[in-house]
Design a protein. Structure first.
Length: 315
C-alpha cells in the first residue's frame, strides 16, 4: 500500500487550484467537454449555461452533448450553444447504442479536443469548477494523462438529506475490489465517478466497456497503459444526484465486479469471468437481467480500420 499512500499525497488536487483564467492562460492543447445524456431536461440547462462561458473565455474549445433522449434535453442544450449529436448518428454501422460506455466511445468520432473531459448530465448545483478541476492537472503537468473527480455525496431520502451516504456501490464493491486486486489504486476515492478527463491519445488507445462498468475499467486500463504516476484525482467538493433504489444496486455492483474480473482474466489472474446475466430476486422467483459486457476495441484501431476501408473503396 506504500505506492497508494505516496500517490494520494502527490497526485490528489483540489479544484480551487485550477481556476478558469489560469487554464485559459496556460493551456497549449485543444479541450473538449462532453456530456452523454438521456432524458436530462431538468438538469442539462443549468449545466450548459455554466459551461458555455468557458468557451467564450478561452478555457475550453467546445461543449458536446451526445444525446439519446425522448424529452427536450437535446433541444435545450443546442439552444444554449452546445454542439448536440444524436447518439444513434454516431458510428451507425455498429447498430444501436449499448450503454453509457458505448456513447462515450462513439463520441470520440465527433469530439475535436486533444484533452477530453466527460461530465455527467444529471448533476444538480453544477458549477464550472467541475470541468476546470478535471482539466487543470492535464494542463499543468504533462506527466498526467488521466484524471478522476471525487466528492462528497449527500444521501437524500424521504425529504431528508444527510451529508454523506451516497455512492453505496463505490464503497461496498468498487473500492474493496481495487484494494484487493489493484492495491496501487486503493487511494482513488471515486473509481465509478462519471466525471473524468484524459488526453485523447490515451482514450483512443483504451478499450471501452459499453455498460456501467466502463468507469472502473478505464481506470484500471489507464493504470496498465501509463502507470500510477500518470493518474490524478481532484476534489470537486459535493455532487448531488438522484439515488438508485436498493434493488437496483445489485445489478450495478455485478457490472462493476464483472468489469474488474474481465481485467483479471486478461492479465491471467482469473480463469473464467462467468455469465453476463444477473439473477435478481423477485418474491419467490428469479429474473434474469442481461447486464451486457460488450467491449469496444480501442478507437484508434477502429478509426485506422475505417480509414483503410474508405481508402480501399476510393481506389
Amino acid at each position: 500500500m506504500t505506492a497508494a499512500r505516496q500517490w494520494l499525497r502527490s497526485n490528489s488536487f483540489n479544484h480551487a487550484e485550477f481556476p478558469a483564467e489560469r487554464i485559459a492562460a496556460r493551456r497549449t492543447a485543444s479541450i473538449s467537454v462532453c456530456l452523454p445524456a438521456r432524458d436530462e431536461e431538468r438538469t442539462i440547462g443549468p449545466i450548459i449555461a455554466k459551461l458555455m462561458p468557458l468557451v467564450e473565455r478561452g478555457t475550453i474549445d467546445e461543449v458536446v452533448v451526445v444525446d439519446d433522449s425522448s424529452d427536450g434535453t437535446g433541444e435545450i442544450a443546442a439552444r444554449l450553444g452546445a454542439k448536440v449529436h444524436r447518439q444513434s448518428d454516431l458510428v451507425p454501422q455498429l447498430g444501436p447504442i449499448l450503454g453509457k460506455g458505448d456513447a462515450m466511445w462513439r463520441s470520440l468520432s465527433v469530439i475535436k479536443g486533444e484533452i477530453v473531459c466527460f461530465l455527467d448530465a444529471d448533476s444538480e448545483n453544477f458549477s464550472e469548477h467541475f470541468a476546470c478541476g478535471l482539466i487543470g492537472p492535464l494542463v499543468e503537468q504533462q506527466r498526467i494523462s488521466f484524471v478522476k473527480g471525487f466528492y462528497r455525496r449527500p444521501f437524500r431520502q424521504a425529504g431528508m438529506t444527510l451529508p454523506e451516504g451516497g455512492g453505496r456501490v463505490t464503497e461496498l464493491t468498487a473500492r474493496p475490489l481495487l484494494n484487493l486486486f489493484y492495491p496501487d489504486l486503493a487511494g482513488v476515492r471515486q473509481p465509478l465517478a462519471g466525471e473524468l478527463a484524459a488526453r485523447r491519445d490515451l482514450l483512443e488507445a483504451l478499450p471501452f466497456l459499453t455498460g456501467y462498468g466502463v468507469d472502473i475499467a478505464l481506470l484500471i486500463d489507464a493504470y496498465r497503459e501509463r502507470g500510477l504516476d500518470a493518474i490524478a484525482q481532484v476534489d470537486l467538493d459535493t455532487r448531488q444526484n438522484d439515488h438508485q433504489q436498493l434493488a437496483d444496486l445489485g445489478p450495478m455492483a455485478f457490472a462493476v465486479l464483472r468489469a474488474v474480473s474481465s481485467r483479471l482474466e486478461r492479465d491471467g489472474r482469473l480463469a473464467d469471468v462467468g455469465p453476463e446475466s444477473f439473477l435478481a430476486a423477485h418474491g419467490t422467483g428469479l429474473e434474469e437481467l442481461n447486464i451486457g459486457h460488450l467491449e469496444r476495441s480501442p478507437f484508434s484501431r477502429f478509426d485506422s480500420q475505417l480509414t483503410a476501408e474508405v481508402d480501399e473503396l476510393s481506389r
